[in-house]
Write a protein that binds this ligand. Structure first.
Ligand code: NAD
Length: 253
């Protein structure tokens, strides 16, 4: 039986471990027939990934903090495998000090680092990925509703997500003529490595779960299923947009 993503080669960036949203995306995409290429930040994470990914899965190191790493990664993918059909960017970072206080306490270095890794990297990824992408390609990133609301403790990450979402809208117009669409998934709060960097993340997770329509947090595969839709030809009419995968938290908050 044919599957939704048969014949599609998709790069998924930001798998740290089995709790990662990127891993939920990988599972959903593979179940739906995609060939996936995973990128990871460093060797330490690769050792963890070796334990969870199916044998034969392609994994490439890519630290997005340098443009040349991103360019090299997509060149390597092109040389080894040819064109791609999509990319999922599931990467964010802010240092501990920057996340400790309010936005009023954020200093220039911390601000620049958070913006660089969490928002600028989406520009460089879109630039180099789009150069090797087939028409009807799809680019997606992960965001959170702290971009438009002042969510307690989310602070600097909310500022970075606001920039990321603006990037989505502008890059969608840049890449429209190439028939490449660009969207964001706004996921509900899920306990991952990234979330544990947020001060009082226990409260954030509890509050979020309590505000879901059914009292249970969204899980990474449910978010991944939205990524499958965005990577599939079913979403060719959707671009520059944001889809919530948070079980209605944004409606009730
Ligand atoms: N977990 C949530 O509640 C939630 C909700 C909404 C959106 N998101 C977003 O989902 C995305 C994935 O996060 P997650 O929650 O799965 O956590 P995660 O910690 O599993 O993933 C974050 C990833 O970012 C990668 N990363 C950080 N700096 C990097 C760099 N310089 N180069 C390359 N990779 C780098 C990490 O290695 C890690 O794989 C993030 O953008 C996050 O903001 C998470």
């Amino acid at each position: 039986m044919s599957k939704l993503l048969d014949g599609k080669r998709i790069v998924i960036m930001g798998v740290a471990n089995k709790r990662s949203i990127a891993w939920g995306c990988a599972q959903s995409l593979m179940d739906n027939g995609a060939e996936v290429i995973l990128t990871y930040q460093n060797d330490r994470l690769k050792r963890q990934l070796d334990r969870i990914v199916p044998e034969g899965t392609t994994m490439i190191q890519c630290d997005v903090s340098e443009d040349e790493n991103v360019e090299k990664t997509f060149n390597e993918i092109h040389e080894k495998f040819g064109n791609i059909d999509g990319v999922i960017h599931a990467i964010a970072y802010a240092d501990k000090k920057t996340l400790e206080g309010g936005v009023i306490d954020v200093e220039k270095d911390g601000y620049n680092l958070a913006q660089d890794v969490s928002a600028y990297s989406f520009i460089s990824v879109s630039r180099y990925a789009s150069r090797i992408m087939n028409p009807s390609g799809s680019i997606a990133t992960l965001t959170y509703m702290g971009s438009t609301r002042a969510i307690p403790s989310y602070n600097m990450m909310g500022v970075a997500k606001a920039a990321l979402e603006a990037n989505v809208r502008y890059i969608a117009t840049d890449l429209g003529p190439k028939k490449i669409r660009v969207n964001a998934i706004s996921a509900g709060a899920i306990k991952t490595l990234a979330v544990t960097g947020i001060k009082n993340h226990g409260d954030l997770l509890r509050e979020s779960e309590a505000r879901t329509v059914d009292g249970e947090s969204v899980d990474t595969v449910q978010v991944g299923n939205v990524a499958t839709f965005l990577m599939s030809d079913l979403s060719t009419g959707v671009t520059g947009d944001l889809i919530y995968a948070d079980k209605g938290v944004h409606l009730l908050a």
